[in-house]
Design a protein around this ligand. Structure first.
Ligand SMILES: [Mg+2]
Length: 367
């Protein structure tokens, strides 16, 4: 069971979620624009600051919405852990300790329920849920912000045919980036677990991959979720990013069908050694619409970063899935560098900043 971390760690938790949301908001207005169109509309430097989308400046999108619901599911699972009868008789073939496996299954189940609550928000009828004491009661979250088709259809299917424990894995074969873009809280949640850094990374990887697999059934859709969660957990524990990546990769290669994700993160690492983060390298890594590409592009930015600001902008100003790549880059850079690295002008006007901050605090164990 996670314990409470010292205050210095709270800073990384806050920055992980807030910088992720900032990347999401910076990318939102250009998610569906090519690089040429971005430069045409925003000038030769491309996007540098928040602009308007969804009727306001600095609007978050589905990436941040679902990240918040991931956190809510994990926090509710933790809160009710004492009264939940975890299954402890099924270690499966993983070799994982039965109690740990049963706890993870309970966490995945709680997050799946949270995603179904997010699905309700996509009907945009906040008045129907005004009395809810969780995220479902937050009116501004009842807004469609270009939600991913795969997430919607997988969850609609889950809503009409509730899964039994142990079968919360999508069978759709999708490797879109909608799985990885929302699982940073899994890393933060596991970061305050007991055990060695390697133990914590393994727990975070397994949880992140399982949460992504609720909607994305292809290894290229859920394994990047494992890599991101493991890296976030280690960065939040002050492990240097190169060591965090090496540890996540060690876990990745033990998973079946890891080839595409391994190739993607290796390419990101190789390019990051060639100089500061730049657009030409991003093009080589893809468009970010699929999970392993989105992870690789964000990871490249995090590894090659001169500053959080410059790296997040590289993650925004390309022809692909700008909000998701920048959200993931923000998660990694925030967890690594903390609040001091985030430009104030980006933070001050961010939509739902107090709520995101509060969720990060709850994940850290701080009251
Ligand atoms: Mg989005």
């Amino acid at each position: 069971m996670p314990t409470t971390l010292p205050c210095s760690s709270l800073d990384r938790y806050r920055a992980c979620l807030l910088a992720g949301a900032i990347g999401d908001a910076l990318g939102a207005p250009v998610e569906f624009l090519t690089r040429r169109e971005i430069l045409r509309d925003f000038g030769p430097g491309g996007v540098r600051d928040h602009s308007a989308s969804y009727g306001r400046v600095a609007a978050i999108t589905d990436d941040t919405q679902m990240t918040l619901f991931t956190a809510e599911g994990l926090l509710r699972a933790e809160r009710f852990a004492g009264s939940v009868a975890f299954r402890s008789d099924d270690a499966r073939a993983s070799g994982e300790a039965p109690a740990a496996l049963a706890t993870r299954e309970a966490h995945v189940e709680a997050v799946a329920q949270a995603y179904l609550r997010w699905l309700l928000t996509q009907r945009e009828r906040p008045a129907e849920h005004a009395g809810d004491d969780g995220l479902l009661g937050v009116a501004v979250l009842h807004s469609r912000r270009a939600p991913g088709h795969t997430c919607l259809t997988a969850l609609e299917r889950l809503a009409v045919a509730p899964a039994v424990a142990g079968s919360l894995r999508a069978t759709n074969g999708s490797k879109g980036c909608g799985g990885v873009m929302r699982v940073a809280p899994a890393g933060l949640f596991c970061a305050r677990g007991v055990g060695t850094d390697a133990d914590v990374a393994r727990a975070a990887f397994a949880l992140g991959a399982d949460l992504a697999a609720i909607t994305h059934g292809h290894p290229g859709g859920y394994l990047p979720g494992g890599v991101l969660a493991a890296m976030v957990a280690l960065l939040a524990r002050d492990v240097p990013k190169t060591r965090a990546l090496a540890c996540a990769r060690q876990i990745l290669v033990t998973c079946s069908e890891h080839g595409d994700t391994l190739q993607a993160i290796n390419a990101a690492e190789r390019l990051s050694a060639q100089g500061p983060a730049n657009h030409d390298a991003m093009v080589q890594l893809g468009g970010g619409w699929i999970g392993d590409e989105a992870l690789a592009m964000a990871l490249y930015c995090a590894l090659a970063a001169e500053s959080l600001e410059s790296a997040v902008l590289v993650a925004v100003n390309h022809s692909g899935d700008s909000d998701s790549t920048a959200a993931i880059a923000g998660n990694l850079l925030g967890a690594e560098r903390g609040m001091a690295a985030i430009p104030g002008r980006w933070l001050e006007i961010l939509e739902l900043r107090p709520l995101i901050d509060a969720v990060a605090g709850a994940l850290s164990g701080a009251d």
